[in-house]
Design a protein. Structure first.
Length: 350
């Protein structure tokens, strides 16, 4: 239970949002990719918090009215909204489209995916980090304003708290009206135009494709069918099917030797070798070389997208599979270098 009165509690929750937005604005305006990365993590957290607050409000409202009417929301919906950001997005999408437009939903989803890569896998592109941070800042600020205007209660203070007086003076304030003024002030100099978004996205995709092509040129395979076979083998090695063998597999991996892919099964417990062989043969890959060539041929179509929402959707459509190709080509090249090192050691008599 909160130790504050309703108005004081609202002030503290309001303050968290404003001060987090202030920190993010400062990080983004620094023009440092690393600080923009930190801003993305904070903004993603803030989007999650704001949507959670709205969901809690609607669930509490529903519990009250369920004394007289059938509940609108199920326990499963409540759990899903509490568990992850996608559950909150779904809840708001289905019940409050004015709060979260399709454009907002796309931006939050794409940026959340980017944040996960940055926070958990240390993967981030400096150019795209700046774009994501700026786009997400505008969206989260607007989300805050819309949620402030969605409640039935109008919180006010006869005199603005000291921390808020830099925006309002010491006058009487209405929190929901002040929210729009503060967000508008913080967003100055942060928004980014659609042409610039497209330019940076295209540069990001082009750079990543060039890196993959460079890795591919160092491998001993030139035919599309051989490259597809290589990708299948390394994708299988990262698959849930392979991981499901669990403790039955020790040090089993594909290795590129000479111009062929050799499978070293390491130490397999009884029966696991046969099971592994069946799984390998039956595995249907997502990352084929033909699919990679399609990305190369089509990614520039992003320049024709009409708005930010479709541009980010198109970026995600190309970026997600590219992440898989980056991983697989990287693993293959690593194995090829290991074989080259072994040959060098043998030539030196080691």
């Amino acid at each position: 239970m909160s130790k504050f009165s309703y108005t004081e509690d609202h002030d503290q929750r309001y303050r968290l949002v404003i001060e987090q937005l202030e920190v993010c604005a400062e990080l983004i305006k620094s023009d440092s990719p690393n600080k923009a990365r930190m801003a993305i993590i904070l903004l993603d957290n803030l989007a999650d918090i704001l949507m959670l607050r709205y969901c809690d409000y609607k669930f509490s409202e529903d519990r009250f009215f369920s004394l007289y009417n059938k509940p609108k929301y199920t326990k499963e919906q409540l759990k899903k909204a509490k568990d992850n950001i996608h559950g909150k997005v779904e809840m708001i999408r289905n019940n409050a489209k004015a709060i979260l437009t399709k454009k907002d939903e796309t931006i939050i989803s794409v940026c959340h995916s980017y944040r996960n890569s940055a926070q958990h896998n240390d993967e981030h592109n400096p150019q795209m980090t700046a774009v994501i941070a700026r786009v997400l800042f505008v969206t989260v600020g607007n989300l805050f304003v819309k949620i402030q205007h969605s409640g039935h209660a109008v919180y006010f203070a006869s005199k603005a708290p000291k921390w808020l007086q830099k925006y309002s003076g010491d006058n009487k304030i209405v929190y929901r009206e002040l929210a729009a003024q503060i967000v508008k002030q913080l967003q100055k100099g942060i928004s980014i135009s659609l042409p610039n978004v497209k330019k940076i996205i295209l540069f990001d995709l082009q750079s990543r494709i060039e890196d993959i092509d460079e890795q591919s040129s160092e491998l001993p395979f030139t035919e599309a069918k051989d490259l597809s076979h290589m990708l299948k083998m390394f994708e299988y090695q990262n698959s849930d099917e392979y991981k499901a063998l669990g403790a039955n597999v020790y040090d089993a991996k594909y290795r590129i030797e000479s111009n062929t892919i050799t499978y070293h099964d390491g130490f397999l417990k009884s029966g696991a070798r046969e099971q592994d062989e069946i799984l390998r043969q039956a595995y249907i890959p997502n990352a084929t070389y033909q699919a990679y060539l399609k990305i190369k041929a089509r990614y520039k179509s992003i320049s024709k997208e009409k708005d930010l929402q479709s541009t980010l959707k198109a970026y995600e459509k190309f970026s997600r599979p590219l992440e898989r190709f980056e991983l697989l080509f990287g693993q293959a090249l690593d194995q090829w270098w290991q074989w080259q090192d072994l040959l060098s050691d043998m030539a030196r008599g080691k």
